[in-house]
Design a protein around this ligand. Structure first.
Ligand SMILES: [Zn+2]
Length: 449
C-alpha cells in the first residue's frame, strides 16, 4: 500500500489507539475530540480512488479495522453470496461475511503493513466479541420508540407501553394504551405506530433545543442558582435573628424572680412567642428549600453544556446510541401526550417541556405501506445547492416561498435548515441571521396554511 505520509501516520495512529483503547466507540470519540479526520478513498464512480479526509464515524473506523489490506495481505472472497436469497429492494444476492479462516484466497506479507497478520486476526476476534448484535445493525435514522416511558394516552391519561414488532416484519414499534386490555375489554384505548410520532417530536426537540437557546438556558440556570444562593443567605440571616431573640427572651425569663409571678408569666409568654416564630420560620424555609429544589442534576447540567456545542450533529452521529438519544430527549421533555382518536388520520401530540411550557402539534398517521418520513428530496437538494452562499434563514425563506414543506408538512425554519446542513456535513458555522428568537413556545405548532 503506497500511502502519502499523512495517511500513513493517521492510519498508524488508528491502529495504535485501537491497541490502547480496545473499544471502537472510544477510539472514534478520541479521534473526534482531537479533531483528527480519517483518510477515505472515494468509491463513488465520479471520483473513484481519490482521497478525501472525513470526520471519523463508527462505520469508517470499523471498515479500517476489518480491512486485511492494512495487515499487508491480499485477500479475495471475504463475503459469500447466496443467489437464491436476493434483496427484494435491490435484487442483489444477499451477502454473508466469512470468518478469516474461511477466506478462499489469502496472501499474507503481500505488501508493507500497519499491523501484523496475527494482530489483525486478533482484532477481528476482538471486534466480534465486543460487538453486540444490536449495534452491528447500525443505528436506525428514525427512532425506535424513543419516547418509551414518557408517552401518555391523551384520552385516559395512562402511561402507554411499547409493543415491539417481530424483527422480520420490519415495522416500527407501536405505542399502546393498555387500558382496554387491563379492564378486560376487547379493544385497547388507542394504539399508534411510534415512527411518525418519534420523528415529529425529535424535529421539534432539535429546533427548540438549538445551540443558542441552550446557551440561554444554561445562563438562566446559572442566574436562578445565583438567586437561590442569595435567597438562602437572606433566610439564614433571618432565622439567626429569630433564634437570637428567642435566646434573649429565655435569658430574661431565667433572670426573673419566680416569686414575681406576673412578670414571669409575661416573660414566658414572650419567650414562647419567639420560639413559635423560630419554628414558623424553619417550616417556611424548609418549604422554600423544597420548592426551589432545582430539577437538574450535575450530570444533566454537564450534559446540557456538552449538547450546546452541537446537538443535531450529536443526535445524528453514528456513535450516538438510541439509549443516548432517549436520554437527550428526557433532558428537555417531561412527557408527551398523544391522542390519535379525536381527529381522523391525525395524532394530536402535546409535548410537555421540563421548562413548564407545552408545544402542540398534529402528526399525520402513516397509512399502511407508506413509509416516507424524510424531508422531501427536492427540499434537500435545494438546501445543498444554497448552503454555500446563503444563510439558514434565507434558505428557509426560499424553500417556504417555493411551497416546499418539511417531512411533516410544516414550514421550514432556519433551525431546521441548519439541522439538515449539519447532518449532511454542510455546516459552515455561519451566522444565522433571523434565528435569534429560538425559544419560541410556538416553534412546534403546525404552521400549515
Ligand atoms: Zn387510554
Amino acid at each position: 500500500m503506497q500511502h502519502i505520509p499523512q495517511v500513513r501516520e493517521r492510519l498508524g495512529y488508528v491502529f495504535d489507539s485501537f491497541r490502547r483503547l480496545g473499544v471502537v466507540r472510544a477510539l472514534v470519540r478520541d479521534l473526534r475530540r482531537q479533531g483528527l479526520d480519517l483518510p477515505i478513498r472515494v468509491t463513488a464512480k465520479e471520483a473513484y480512488g481519490s482521497l478525501i479526509w472525513k470526520v471519523p464515524t463508527l462505520s469508517a473506523v470499523i471498515r479500517i479495522l476489518h480491512n486485511p489490506a492494512y495487515a499487508g495481505a491480499y485477500v479475495y472472497g471475504r463475503s459469500e453470496y447466496f443467489s437464491e436469497r436476493r434483496s427484494p429492494k435491490t435484487g442483489k444476492a444477499s451477502a454473508h461475511v466469512r470468518n478469516v479462516a474461511q477466506w478462499p484466497v489469502r496472501i499474507t506479507e503481500h505488501h508493507p503493513a500497519y499491523i501484523s497478520w496475527e494482530e489483525f486476526v486478533k482484532n477481528q476476534e476482538h471486534l466480534r466479541q465486543n460487538w453486540g448484535h444490536d449495534e452491528n445493525q447500525g443505528v436506525p435514522r428514525e427512532g425506535r420508540a424513543l419516547l418509551q416511558g414518557m408517552v401518555y394516552c391523551g384520552l385516559c391519561g395512562r402511561k402507554m407501553s411499547v409493543q415491539n414488532r417481530a424483527a422480520k416484519e420490519n415495522r416500527s414499534p407501536s405505542y399502546v394504551c393498555g387500558r382496554g386490555y387491563q379492564d378486560g375489554e376487547e379493544k385497547s384505548c388507542q394504539c399508534m405506530t411510534s415512527r411518525p410520532i418519534d420523528a415529529a417530536v425529535v424535529e421539534v426537540f432539535l429546533a427548540a433545543v438549538s445551540p443558542i437557546s441552550l446557551q440561554v438556558a444554561t445562563q438562566v440556570i446559572d442566574q436562578v442558582e445565583q438567586d437561590l444562593i442569595s435567597q438562602r443567605r437572606q433566610r439564614d440571616l433571618q432565622l439567626e435573628q429569630a433564634r437570637y431573640e428567642a435566646r434573649l427572651a429565655q435569658r430574661q425569663y431565667d433572670a426573673v424572680d419566680p416569686s414575681n409571678r406576673l412578670v414571669a408569666a409575661e416573660l414566658e409568654r414572650r419567650w414562647n412567642e419567639k420560639l413559635e416564630r423560630v419554628a414558623e420560620l424553619e417550616r417556611a424555609f424548609a418549604r422554600a428549600e423544597r420548592d426551589a429544589e432545582w430539577n437538574l442534576t450535575t450530570e444533566e447540567r454537564s450534559a446540557i453544556t456538552e449538547l450546546s456545542r452541537d446537538l443535531p450533529a450529536i443526535w445524528s452521529a453514528e456513535t450516538t446510541t438510541n439509549q443516548e438519544r432517549k436520554q437527550l430527549l428526557r433532558i428537555a421533555i417531561e412527557s408527551v401526550q398523544v391522542d390519535g382518536i379525536s381527529e381522523t388520520g391525525q395524532v394530536e401530540v402535546q409535548i410537555r417541556w421540563r421548562s413548564g411550557t407545552v408545544t402542540s402539534l398534529s402528526v399525520k398517521r402513516t397509512a399502511p405501506g407508506e413509509r416516507s418520513l424524510k424531508t422531501p428530496e427536492e427540499a434537500v437538494s435545494r438546501i445543498h445547492k444554497m448552503a454555500p452562499r446563503r444563510s439558514y434563514a434565507e434558505i428557509a425563506t426560499a424553500l417556504n416561498r417555493a411551497g416546499l414543506r418539511s417531512a411533516f408538512g410544516r414550514r421550514f425554519t432556519p433551525q431546521h435548515v441548519g439541522y439538515i446542513c449539519r447532518r449532511d456535513g454542510l455546516d459552515k458555522r455561519k451566522l444565522r441571521s433571523g434565528s435569534k428568537r429560538q425559544h419560541n413556545p410556538d416553534a412546534g405548532r403546525p404552521a400549515e396554511s
